[in-house]
Structures are given as structure tokens and as C-alpha cells.
Design a protein around this ligand. Structure first.
Ligand code: ADP
Length: 741
């Protein structure tokens, strides 16, 4: 089994790299490995000496919320030479390093692959050389390398998301939101350039999440008339009075002849042809910077811990793999395959094979491109038909992203010629007959709005409501429904389905879209709103951690989630909180006693602050305040205890990029599912979910079977597997050295 490993970051820095290093170091120490940190990427490795240092548990304390990489990164020309790599091998051999974990983009992974493939030759050369005595320990016959995808561009094969991409996407989307408010005030048109030299991921996805008017990506062939089309689109958007027009361009977008399209050029074209005030914003390094999002921290922590596990649990094999996350599962792909397939897209683009390049990016990329094109249309493709409406409602507690789901679902239906009503305040609208016809043009601006534009309400049916609902369904000629909501919404439709014999009008197709910040719904790994709430919690916990002057203070932070521990557990993992009390596990007095003892030891060993997250329903009797009082009493004045109940802050704010994208994709899928049901004259109630192969529809009757009805959460919850990783990464240093975080 390996005993000594090293970890490094290389190439362009990406937010979340620190979380990955922290996970490698702490999981490594937990498995009793020695872990070297290599400073300044391959340059440090070639240089040797102080650039390779043993890392301790507390060396990676306090890094989780920081952007960039504390190990530093560099581009190294010396490592590109054989001599340079010979030096690198020598420095690793001198320290007995058997496995190297490299966090970086395809260039860095290529470097790791080259190093591993030449290893034996370099070792032979060093052994036969003039100074073989430099190596004192056992000779390592073959280096193992584990790559982790670190790239804001999200251009790596073998992983759905690379570390840093989610943060970059959120930075862009925030910038678009900010620009759109000033653009609307001044009637301005903006051209926004994103990073992505060879990959349009950031530009394309932020175009969807930010509702831009036009997008230019390297993977799409630009016809000779591309300017004209773009100018027309912006011109028409202005004429019909759209609040703002934005063109988003990836830095790698190309003309038909392969020459780069510069963003300045786009600005000039729009300026000259339309005679309007066009402003250019090149987002540049803003996209790379700042604190990583919850998703990036969790992704990096999972992959970092998995890298160590992979080495420790498969001792008989020599590894040269990259670990990535595919459909929410950690998957190992041979490094060579990752590098070749990642670079293949670039080569196809260079050779002008755009459709092949899109194919290699995957089905999701092409679907998104098509969806963006539908949504940015000035007018729908078809005239509205007159044979009935589809109604959309948002039910229960509001969840950030609901507006994006309504906006996209409605526009996809209108584009097919189906008129759409929004029900005011969910079922109340249906009961009172309060409906608004949704307008293609108005819907564009809804994507980034918090709350729900059509209104949402918690409402218990009364017996007399059903006849009113039936009456209004008939009166407004509603032939299908899309309901965006949570568990109570699912139960309401279960109830309505049972009344179908009594009310013929209820026999219409229905699609349920999961939206709840609690993430407590069947058939889906993520519900709309959960990512925004998670990020709200993580930001709050980061701030609490930074409260100046706190010494020997324990915080109990109460978070939402009802009977589901998703928010508490994931926020603990992402914020480095020491513990999460979960409703799935409950709280016992024995555990609280134990926690008090742990706090005493931690503070005695020099820890300044400890944060425990408590889900609001993790125990009926051991409330947040009870725990505070118990701990304060038992602390015997050795530490203070404070509470913070985050409350509705968690629900608020503009939805994150992930929630907007999930909502948009689910909205489009809901429209497609309903459209097909209408064509096939089926009237099933179907539930959408994201898992396994992507978004799928499941009959409500089957979805209900996946639920633990007593507790209002799914019987099986994928994130419970992460308890172990969260525990290992947050626990205190072995042997109780000073532990930060
Ligand atoms: P990224 O990892 O972000 O794609 P680069 O392409 O700049 O960044 O690669 C980072 C470093 O990896 C380079 O500076 C170089 O030291 C090393 N590297 C890249 N490609 C190779 C290669 N083919 N052989 C050896 N080293 C390489």
C-alpha cells in the first residue's frame, strides 16, 4: 500500500482547488499517509527543495472558503523538457513519493501522464548516474498519478463538471444581472466576453441563465451572414422594447475562416449598423476569482477524498487515472483517454468540424444550444392555436428558480403554438378563476427574479374547492397543467387523481416539477431552489467564521430543511463546519455529552471557533436553544456558546446559476413531456427528476412509493453517503494539535 503521496495544483487556477487539496491532505492523514504539498505546480517540482513540504492537518485549515490555490500554480517550461522532468522524478524519489495527485486542466493532466510514462527510464538513469546516493529510501518502480479536473472552462472529458466551473458561471451570471439593470436604465446594449479559449460552456450556460439576446461559442459554425443575424436580433429586441439586449461571446469564438471573432469587433458592428450606444465588458479574471461556491467546494472535497481512497483501496493496481463526477457518481477514467478526448474537441474545431465538436461535448451541450436559440427568439415559431390552454402554477413555499421554470416551460409551449395561463397564487387562482395569460415577451426577464411572479401559496383543499376547480378547468379550457412545487404539491395531485372518476375535468395530463429548498423530493437528486439555499447558508457560515475576535466560541447555526438533512449536511461539508445534526439521525443526550467533551478538548488545544449546524427538525426536544444552554452550562466557563437561526435568509435572493439552469432544463422538459402527452391524448400525472441519465419523467404513483411518507423525505437519499467524508474532513487533528476549521 502507498505510504507517501504528494498533491499539487497546476495550470490556470480555479476556485475550489483549495478544497481539493484540503481533502487530499486530511483524508491522506486519516489513512496514515505522509502527504507532501508541492508549491508552484510543476515549476516547484522541478525546482525541489522547499517547494516540496510535508503538510499537516492544520496547514489546510481556513482554506476552504478562499479562492485560488494556496499551493500556488505556475506554467512551467522546464517541465516540458526531459531534463526538467528528470529533476522532478529525482525530487519525488528523494522523498519516497509513490503517488502524485495533480489538480489542473488538460495540460496539467498531460504533464502528469508524461511524467508517469517516463518514470522508469528516469529512475534507471538516476540510479546509474553519478550521484545515486541522493536517494536513500526504497526505489519506487512506478509512479501512480491521480488527476482531478480543475478548470473553470469545464472542458475536460470524464467529468460532468470540473472544479471551478460552477463558481465561474455564478460570477458571470451575477455580472449579467448587474449589467442588465444598468442596461435597462440607459437603454444600452452590452457585449460581454467570457473566458473559454476552446470551450463555449461558460458563454452558453450563462446565456441560458442570464437570458441574453445572442451567444457566440467556438463549437458553432459561424455562417458568412452571422453579423446580419445578430444585428437583426438586437435591433428587433430594441424595437419591441425589451429592457436590455446582451450579446455574450466566448473568447474562443471564430469566424467561418477560423480567425478569432474579437469582442471589440462585435461592439463596432452593432454600433455602426444600428447607431446605438454599445458597451463592451470583458469579464476576464473576475471569473476565476473569489470564494468558491458550495457546489465547487463539495465537488472538490468529494474528489480529493476519493483520490486517496482510490489509491488506498486498490493497492494492487498502478493508477494513472482522472477522477471525475459523472451523474453525481465519482468515476475513474484513464488519464490518457481524458487528455486525448479533451483535446479532440479542440482539434475538431480547428479543422472546422463543428458538428463533431458539439457531438463530443455531449448531448447536454447541443440541447442547451438549441434551447437558447428557442428562448432568444423575438417571436415564437408558431401562431397560437385556439384549442385550449396549458396552465402553470407554483405551489407551496417559494423556491429560488421557480420563475425560470415558469418562464422556460411557458415559452417552450408558446413556441409550439400552445397558449399558457399562469395561475395566480397556485390553486387559489384555479379556485377563484384568477388566471393571467403569459406573454412571450414578458417572460424573458423572469429568469433571474427571486420568488414567484405568478405567486405561490400554501393552501389546504376544502371539500367545496373541487367542484370550483373542475368548473374553472372547463371554463378556461385548460387541457394540461404544469405544477412547480414540493411534497405538498405532489400530495395535492395524488388527491386530485383519486377524484378523477367524480370529476371528468381532472382527466388532463399533469407534469410536476420538483422545487423546494429542502431537497426532499422523490426521483430527483436536486430540486429547484436547494442550491441557492445551500449557497446562502454557506455564505452566512463563512461570515460567522470571520467574526472578529471570536475566541473559544461554539456556534450552533440552525438551518432549514424540514425533515431532510440535505441543507445541514451539505452546508457543513462546504463550510467546513465541525458537525451537522440531522433529522435522519436525530440527537441523543449521550451524543450531546460527547460533543461537549470534544469542544472542551478542541478549545484546550487552541481551537478558536467551532461551528455546528443543526437542521430545524433534527430533534423535537433538543432544540437549538436547549443545546446552547446545555453546552454553556457544561462548558464550565471554558468556552462560550452562541446561536444563529438563519431563517428566511436561506430562501431569498436571486437564484444561483445552477438553480436557473436546472429550472430552465426542467421547464423545457416539462413542456416537452406535456406536449407529447397532449398529442398522445394521455392524462397521466408525471413527476420530473434529475438523476442517472439526466432529467426523466416518472408516473406520480411510482414516485410516491419512493417516499417515506411519515417523515416527508425520500426513503433513500444519495447525500447521506457523504456523511463519512464530511466527518473525516472536519474532525479534529489526530493527536490534537492546533486545529483550525
Ligand atoms: P492547464 O492544466 O490549465 O491546461 P497548461 O496547459 O498551461 O494548463 O499546462 C500546465 C503545465 O502543465 C504546463 O506549464 C507544463 O508545465 C505542463 N504540461 C502541459 N502539457 C505538457 C506536455 N505535453 N508535456 C509535459 N508537460 C506539460
Amino acid at each position: 500500500m502507498v505510504k507517501t503521496i504528494a498533491v499539487m495544483t497546476s495550470g490556470g487556477d480555479a476556485p475550489g482547488m483549495n478544497a481539493a487539496i484540503r481533502a487530499v491532505v486530511r483524508r491522506g492523514l486519516d489513512c496514515e499517509l505522509a502527504v507532501y504539498g508541492i508549491f508552484n505546480g510543476y515549476e516547484g517540482l522541478v525546482q525541489g527543495g522547499e517547494a516540496l513540504r510535508l503538510l499537516r492537518w492544520d496547514d489546510v485549515g481556513g482554506v476552504l472558503q478562499k479562492g485560488g490555490t494556496f499551493l500556488g500554480t505556475a506554467r512551467s517550461e522546464r517541465f516540458r523538457t526531459r531534463e526538467g522532468r528528470g529533476q522532478a522524478v529525482l525530487h519525488l524519489l528523494q522523498r519516497g513519493v509513490e503517488a502524485l495527485v495533480v489538480i489542473g486542466g488538460d495540460g496539467s493532466l498531460m504533464g502528469a501522464q508524461v511524467l508517469a510514462s517516463e518514470w522508469a527510464e528516469h529512475v534507471a538513469q538516476i540510479q546509474g548516474g553519478s550521484t545515486p546516493q541522493e536517494i536513500t529510501g526504497r526505489i519506487v518502480p512506478q509512479l501512480q498519478v491521480i488527476g482531478l479536473p480543475g478548470s473553470i472552462d469545464n472542458d475536460l472529458y470524464g467529468t460532468d463538471m470540473s472544479i471551478g466551473a460552477d463558481t465561474a458561471l455564478n460570477r458571470i451570471v451575477q455580472a449579467l444581472d448587474n449589467l442588465s439593470s444598468t442596461a435597462a436604465s440607459h437603454q444600452r446594449t452590452f457585449v460581454v466576453e467570457t473566458m473559454g479559449r476552446h470551450c463555449g460552456y461558460l458563454a452558453l450556460l450563462s446565456s441560458l441563465a442570464g437570458a441574453t439576446s445572442w451567444v457566440l461559442v467556438p463549437e458553432e459554425e459561424m455562417g458568412l451572414r452571422w453579423h446580419q443575424k445578430m444585428v437583426e436580433a438586437v435591433d428587433q429586441a430594441r424595437r419591441i422594447g425589451r429592457a436590455h439586449q446582451m450579446v455574450i461571446v466566448a473568447e474562443g469564438a471564430k469566424h467561418a475562416d477560423g480567425l478569432p471573432i474579437r469582442s471589440e469587433e462585435i461592439k463596432t458592428i452593432l454600433n455602426d449598423r444600428l447607431g446605438i450606444d454599445v458597451r463592451l465588458t470583458v469579464l476576464g479574471h473576475v471569473q476565476r476569482g473569489g470564494s468558491p461556491t458550495a457546489f465547487d467546494r463539495i465537488l472538490a472535497s468529494r474528489l480529493g477524498a476519493a483520490a486517496v481512497d482510490f489509491l488506498v483501496r486498490n493497492p494492487e493496481r498502478v493508477h494513472q487515472h482522472m477522477l471525475g463526477l459523472q451523474k453525481n457518481v465519482v468515476v475513474a477514467t484513464p488519464l490518457l483517454e481524458v487528455v486525448e478526448k479533451s483535446q479532440a474537441v479542440r482539434i475538431e474545431i480547428e479543422n472546422g468540424n463543428y458538428s463533431r465538436a458539439q457531438e463530443l461535448r455531449g448531448e447536454g451541450f447541443r440541447n442547451t444550444l438549441n434551447l437558447v436559440k428557442v428562448l432568444s427568439r423575438i417571436t415564437p415559431a408558431r401562431e397560437l392555436r385556439e384549442d385550449g390552454f396549458v396552465a402553470v402554477l407554483t405551489d407551496g413555499a417559494d423556491a429560488p428558480g421557480m420563475n425560470a421554470a415558469v418562464s422556460v416551460a411557458a415559452r417552450c409551449l408558446i413556441n409550439e403554438g400552445i397558449p399558457v395561463y399562469g395561475l395566480r397564487d397556485a390553486f387559489l387562482g384555479l379556485i377563484k378563476g384568477d388566471l393571467i395569460e403569459l406573454d412571450w415577451h414578458d417572460l424573458v426577464g423572469w429568469v433571474n427574479r427571486p420568488g414567484s411572479e405568478i405567486g405561490t401559496a400554501r393552501y389546504e383543499f376544502r371539500e367545496e374547492d373541487f367542484a370550483r376547480i373542475a368548473e374553472n378547468l372547463a371554463r378556461f379550457r385548460i387541457k394540461g397543467l404544469i405544477a412547480i412545487g414540493g411534497w405538498d404539491t405532489y400530495l395535492k395531485f395524488e388527491h386530485l387523481m383519486k377524484l378523477r372518476e367524480q370529476f371528468e375535468e381532472f382527466k388532463i395530463p399533469v407534469v410536476l416539477v420538483p422545487a423546494t429548498i429542502d431537497n426532499s423530493l422523490p426521483c430527483t437528486e436536486f430540486a429547484i431552489g436547494a442550491d441557492t439555499a445551500l449557497n446562502n447558508i454557506v455564505e452566512a457560515v463563512d461570515k460567522i467564521r470571520h467574526t472578529a475576535g471570536a475566541t473559544r466560541r461554539a456556534f450552533i447555526v440552525e438551518v432549514m430543511g424540514r425533515q431532510c438533512g440535505f441543507l445541514a449536511l451539505m452546508a457543513a461539508l462546504a463550510s467546513g463546519s465541525e458537525k451537522a445534526y440531522l433529522p435522519e439521525i436525530g440527537i441523543s443526550l449521550a451524543e450531546l455529552n460527547q460533543d461537549v467533551e470534544i469542544l472542551k478538548t478542541s478549545f484546550a488545544c487552541g481551537k478558536r471557533m467551532v461551528i455546528y449546524l443543526r437542521n430545524e427538525h433534527s430533534s423535537h426536544h433538543y432544540t437549538t436553544d436547549f443545546i446552547r444552554r446545555l453546552m454553556e452550562e457544561e462548558s464550565k466557563d471554558q468556552f462560550e456558546v452562541r446561536t444563529a437561526i438563519l431563517g428566511h435568509v436561506q430562501r431569498g435572493g436571486s437564484p444561483t446559476a445552477f438553480d436557473r439552469l436546472l429550472a430552465s432544463r426542467m421547464g423545457a422538459f416539462a413542456a416537452k413531456t406535456l406536449f407529447q402527452a397532449l398529442q398522445g391524448q394521455e392524462f397521466e400525472v408525471q413527476v420530473l427528476g434529475l438523476r442517472g441519465r439526466g432529467i426523466e419523467a416518472t408516473p406520480l404513483s411510482l414516485a410516491l412509493q419512493e417516499m417515506d411518507r411519515q417523515h416527508g423525505r425520500p426513503k433513500r437519499q444519495w447525500f447521506m453517503e457523504l456523511i463519512e467524508v464530511a466527518n473525516v474532513l472536519a474532525k479534529h487533528a489526530p493527536l490534537c494539535t492546533i486545529a483550525a476549521e
